[in-house]
Design a protein around this ligand. Structure first.
Ligand code: ATP
Ligand code: MN
Length: 154
């Protein structure tokens, strides 16, 4: 039923809560887990210049070691847990607008389930859903498991 599970992660705590759910489902179905970190090229937190954005879009990630490290840490977290459970896991890093990049990834990789956090790094809990999750829900027909920030304590 679920051969390829996508876990989009921005490295936030809430995204990490989603990982546990994804791993549990993947263990039951023997699914391959795909961890995806999208370098949000519009995010002011990176304070990238236009030239840097272009280079990153072209795939020259190693020119931005901090960005690269952040991405690797986020996907590595997923990969470590998946490996501990004996699952096949792939780490992916792309650049772009997160929701759009997630949708493209889903189309290109035969994903059949998305497991993601209700919120991310901005984590404004008064908003019901983060904007990336909201856009993904609007734009995909796939099942999406949205894991709440408090799920881990439950
Ligand atoms: P907002 O970004 O709208 O201010 P937020 O940061 O709290 O609010 P989202 O960004 O929508 O909320 O994050 C919700 C979930 O979307 C995260 O838990 C993660 O699963 C996924 N996500 C968000 N940003 C990225 C990203 N850059 N790459 C991959 N997945 C992401
Ligand atoms: Mn966000």
């Amino acid at each position: 039923m679920y051969e390829h599970i996508l876990v989009p992660t921005d490295g936030s705590e809430t995204a990490e809560y989603a990982v546990d759910q994804a791993i549990d489902i993947a263990s039951k179905y023997g699914s391959t887990v795909h961890a995806l970190y999208v370098i949000d090229v519009d995010a002011t937190s990176y304070s990238l210049g236009t030239e840097q954005v272009d280079r990153i879009r072209q795939g020259h990630l190693d020119e931005m070691p901090e960005v690269r490290a952040e991405a690797d840490e986020a996907t590595g977290y997923v990969a470590d847990i998946a490996s501990e459970h004996g699952l096949t896991v792939e780490e992916h890093v792309t650049a772009g607008e997160p929701a759009r990049a997630i949708r493209k990834f889903v189309e290109d990789n035969d994903i059949d389930l998305i497991v993601m956090g209700s919120h991310g790094r901005s984590g404004l809990s008064r908003v019901i859903l983060g904007s990336v999750t909201e856009k993904v829900l609007r734009r995909t027909r796939l099942p999406v498991l949205v894991v709440d920030a408090h799920e881990k304590d439950a």
